[in-house]
Write a protein that binds this ligand. Sequence first.
Ligand code: AMP
Length: 542
Amino acid sequence: MTKFHTMGLSDNTLTAISKKGYDEPTPIQERVIPRLLSGENNVIGQAQTGTGKTAAFGIPLIEKLEEKEKYVQALVLTPTRELAVQVCEEIDSLKGRKKLNLLSVYGGVSIGNQIRALKRKIDIVVGTPGRIIDHLNRGTLDISKIKYLVIDEADEMLDMGFIEDVETIISQTNKEKQILMFSATMPARVVSLARKHMGKFEIISTVEENKKNLTVESAKQIYYVVSESDKTELLSRVIDMDDDFYGLVFTRTKVQSEEVANELIKRGYEAEALNGDVSQYQRERILSKFKNRHVKILIATDVAARGIDIDNLKYVINYSLPQNPENYVHRIGRTARAGNEGVAITFVTPSEKRKFFFIKNASNASIKEHKIPNTKEIINVKVEKIKEEIKSSISKDTEPIYEILAEKILEETDKDPVDIISSILKHFYSGALEKKNYKPISQIKNSGNRQDKRLFVALGRNNKMSPKKLAEYIEKETGIHKTNMKDIRVLDNFSFITVPYEKGEAILETFKRKASSRKPLVVLAKTTKDEKRKNNMNYVKN
Ligand code: AMP
């Protein structure tokens, strides 16, 4: 009997949970679900994405809401539309046979369809604050009778400057509703919002419990957000970024392990596939080649990789996402052994992000998102490698035959030594250093650790702005803390400021909304030719 069975949930919900494949509640679910079912205080759950927080409030909502009510019974606010869609889908998938209707509403799409949908019986609305307010103003959404208001990712919501919107929304609800708030962090602003509107509330934090879960040894762990079709290209870039790559690449299926190995071989790498179709004899042969480092790239499925015991493996690459946290820990436990350095890299497609965050949380791993290496970076690494190779091969006692040859070339060509050496290098290495060896990788929008955003602000010295005043002004208008703002350059009539990607999105969105039909005061700065050139400097000339 699982812990879900002891929580007093209905058979319908238990069936839905088991159909989803959830065996045990996560720590936040274990503590929040019973609390909400017993109808006690308002609750703030301190939990990040990936901890199962959606089901922590979704399951009690499903249990508590009535099938036959003719009004909206619960409103869930999320900071982004992606989250609105995901939360809506997750709750919908947990409702089993219970007749509850859900709808997600968010900006950026036609409001007409949403208005039509809201005319039908909807029990749970999941939406972003701006669009919710739009519907409230038009009279197309009535939240005056809701039983539950859920504010999801409250810290993010306030960071994005939604505080006034959230308060406007709360003001249109009844006093009796229960408020549930979820937030990854507990800054003062979140707590003060709760104090103002939540009456008696309790903070349930599972941060410590999550820490006690599985642990991963000393491997450096990173992940890339990449689309499925760009994975092989990314894999070759990762391999090329190290001048001595040695690693195990995990794929989910046998077919995929073959495909990836073949694609790498086509691109000129020495790689082998290891899967259940490989005979015992072949398996031993491949493994011994890999152990002796005659082959440095092995593409394997989980089953085939069982029993591979190599201490100095530099990389473990999750080409396909592991099935669960245990599988993740097991896979990457193969690198950074015996005090060796090791790197574990996970490729995550945009639709797998939630599953990945779940794995990341449960394995208590610090996995950082990295930017996909661009061709310039890779070529620079290769250039360094060639330079070091050549420098280390220059010896004092060269053989006479080469000396004579070198002298003759110098004499007969009447060229500068730099020209001569670069021609020789081109002759021997040009293939390796050509940009066209790499295919473009499409940048995925909306991934965590993206580049900074450079913003243009139509205020300058003539408007009495200084860097400090400008940062304070933007903080006041958007609620985004001024420590996020760097490289502030104030000119006579306008200024530039650089902020982290997500904050930039939020600032742009806030000013866009403030400006309505006029040109916003803050827009994305255009990249100048000079900057483009600067970005391309180094070894590679454009
Ligand atoms: P969330 O934190 O709500 O974004 O959930 C992250 C991911 O964990 C989602 O893909 C959920 O489907 C999954 N999940 C939630 N609860 C459980 C559970 N008890 N067992 C396994 N997976 C879960």
